[in-house]
Design a protein around this ligand. Structure first.
Ligand SMILES: [Cu+2]
Length: 267
């Protein structure tokens, strides 16, 4: 009985400490978040860590507690005359609770989040405010805005640049082809469209059109945090490490002004 109480006290105290740790470090699981999708991912991992902390503490405590409290005497047998028995109740509870928790995790957040993300890509959910054509090639990202008549957005220095209005649902249309080499069908290699701060990543496959839906939720840019940049995430040749582009999340007003400037520059 005293062992049970002692274990319980240790378990509760260490679990509380663990939960405090999750609260302190949890928000830093993602280095920087700048979209609602990234926040959903962060909340999902926080949820998992919250539930898993007491289980983790339980298992580790058992591993330490049992050999220290129930150490075999030097002469061999722990309790003379008694043989080790299986605690059927304990095993039964352990297996049932494990199955229930695993099923819960499968349904939430895993399946519910996946369903939500698939739904966003359905034509029925086509409520995206902005469409951005993303073209990947060795080694460049090119951004077009078909709704605004911008073919290839560049900054004054001539570098490809991605501007997005804050709080708007953006549909990225991802393709991999080389507009400079039409003689070999223009097909490029596999690239990876990744803006770390947006919390999602999608491979860009030659010959395929893929989609990613993101809602940026803070005004920010590559200068504010390098996590806000387009970075290729598939090794695609010697230029892979430098295959990045600056990202600016701005107000709708600033975005329209920027579009106007792109028109003026003939992009
Ligand atoms: Cu690449």
């Amino acid at each position: 009985m005293i062992d049970l109480l002692l274990f319980l006290v240790f378990w509760i105290i260490l679990s509380i400490l663990g939960e405090i740790g999750v609260s302190v470090w949890g928000p830093h699981f993602y280095y920087y978040t700048a979209s609602t999708q990234a926040l959903e991912g962060l909340n999902a991992s926080l949820f998992l860590f919250r539930v898993l902390t007491p289980i983790f503490v339980f298992v580790v405590l058992m591993i330490i507690f049992v050999p220290t409290r129930f150490k075999a005497k030097r002469d061999g047998s722990i309790i003379p005359g008694k043989r080790a028995r299986t605690n059927r109740a304990y095993v039964g509870i352990w297996i049932t609770v494990s199955i229930v928790i695993n099923l819960l995790f499968f349904l939430h957040p895993t399946t519910s989040a996946a369903e939500e993300q698939f739904n966003q890509l359905q034509p029925a959910a086509n409520t995206h405010d902005l469409i951005v054509d993303v073209t990947a090639r060795q080694w460049e990202w090119r951004f077009g805005y078909p709704q605004y008549g911008v073919n290839a957005a560049v900054d004054p220095a001539g570098n490809d640049v991605l501007y997005l209005p804050v709080g708007k649902k953006v549909e990225f249309v991802l393709r991999s082809y080389d507009f400079n080499h039409p003689y070999d069908m223009g097909l490029d290699v596999i690239h990876g469209f990744w803006i770390p701060a947006f919390g999602e990543k999608e491979d860009v496959i030659p010959g395929e059109t893929r989609y990613e839906v993101i809602t940026p939720n803070v005004i920010t840019s590559t200068e504010v945090n390098p996590m806000v940049r387009v970075q290729c995430s598939e090794v695609c040749g010697p230029g892979h490490p430098v295959m990045y582009a600056a990202v600016h999340v701005v107000s709708m007003k600033d975005f329209l002004q920027w579009v106007h400037a792109q028109h003026k520059a003939g992009n």
